[in-house]
Design a protein around this ligand. Structure first.
Ligand SMILES: [Zn+2]
Length: 181
């Protein structure tokens, strides 16, 4: 286990650089943990890791390369995600950060982690149902507030094009539902 394996990532910048290395050395796991704190610009309750946007982390020399697959194409959040990742890693002392976009395979809601789905629900957004698309179009959407299945779609678009707006017939609350793609 390396000396970098510490829970207090803020300690990193305080350490003197070794042997004149300009960049920081950290394990990919350390960088993944830092990225878990980078919120999605549109849904700050979930991180870019929760959403499955971050596809890979590697160190090339003294450069950190983060590969991301944007969510819905055309989502204006993509540029913000790139900046947020660069900013978060620079703040922890990673001076050279490159964020690369990978468009294939396209992002799918199946990449949202179980933790991410739980966070979405707690935030009041019905998460997309995982996997098995056969015949799920008519599957009822559970209200994230009361759990009722008596819900209906009000609009194809919610607060962003990535979501549809639904309404619960029991608690009468409208809610966004993450569209499954
Ligand atoms: Zn409800």
């Amino acid at each position: 286990m390396s000396v970098r394996e510490t829970h207090d990532a803020r300690a990193f910048p305080a350490r003197p650089a070794r042997s004149g290395a300009a960049g920081k050395r950290a394990s990919a796991g350390d960088i993944w943990r830092l990225l878990e704190d980078v919120p999605d610009p549109e849904i700050p309750a979930v991180s870019v890791v929760d959403l499955g946007i971050v596809r890979g982390v590697e160190q090339a020399g003294d450069e950190v390369v983060v590969t991301v697959t944007p969510t819905y194409s055309g989502c204006p959040a993509t540029a913000a995600i790139r900046l947020d990742i660069e900013k978060a890693l620079r703040a922890r002392g990673f001076d050279r950060v490159r964020v690369e976009s990978r468009l294939a395979p396209p992002w799918t809601t199946d990449w949202i982690s179980a933790e991410g789905r739980a966070k979405l629900r707690a935030y009041g957004i019905a998460p997309p149902e995982p996997g098995g698309c056969a015949g799920t179009a008519a599957a009822p959407v559970a209200c994230p507030r009361c759990g009722s299945l008596r819900t209906e779609r009000v609009s194809q678009f919610g607060s962003t094009p990535c979501k549809a707006q639904h309404r619960c017939a029991d608690c009468l609350e409208p809610f966004d539902r993450f569209k499954r793609i």
